[in-house]
Design a protein around this ligand. Sequence first.
Ligand code: IPE
Ligand code: IPE
Ligand code: MG
Length: 220
Amino acid sequence: MRHLAIIMDGNGRWAKARRKPRLAGHRAGADALDRVMRYCKDAGIEYLTVYAFSTENWKRSKTEVSGLMKLLSSFMKSKRDELVGQGVRFMVIGRRDDLSTKLQKEIASLEEATKNGRFTLAVALSYGGRDEIVRAAAKFKGGGEKEFSDCLDTAGIPDPELIIRTSGELRLSNFLLWQAAYSEFYFTDVLWPDFSKEDFDMALASFSKRERRMGGRAKR
Ligand code: IPE
Ligand code: IPE
Ligand code: MG
């Protein structure tokens, strides 16, 4: 598998179960991401795309939204050396114009500092699949599916073979609509901050048993 995508869901419920503020759940979620990134590298995966904030998540309370943005900013600061040292290419997909100028600058700076990394961590931020397709359509100068894909934020990245969603929700919530055309799905009730190496291994084991026909005939 070259590309794994994850809908990191359940931070709020994780916090609620512990009688902590939602933001504590998001902080634990950031730690989970840090761990899972290592599992991916060890498993030989080249691209990890994670859903961190959707175009719909702006509807949440001001406190939660600003807390999430601060968390991202401190994640980028505290992980900078580690990302550079470990050869991680950091990138953001989504409507980055929606973000504060300060955050946009921090993102651009980290993207530049990590641009030679061999492992790609793509963070979907103010991201919506439909929004991405609409923006791509405005850029599209004609051609076929390949040319259209090149207008998406994920240009140059292969489609995800597997999409994991945690916390028991069975939907895509506007994530990678175009890219998910032939992705396999793995759903687990585990809340994102609790997602462990065992859970990761189970998802990959499930994927490896799938027969991906992509519309063709089963190989015998
Ligand atoms: C996912 O956790 C992270 C974001 C959407 C930012 P949630 O915040 O959606 O957690 P639940 O679904 O309320 O448990
Ligand atoms: C999707 O989760 C977005 C992220 C995980 C960042 P949500 O919690 O926002 O999705 P819904 O509202 O349950 O569909
Ligand atoms: Mg949720």
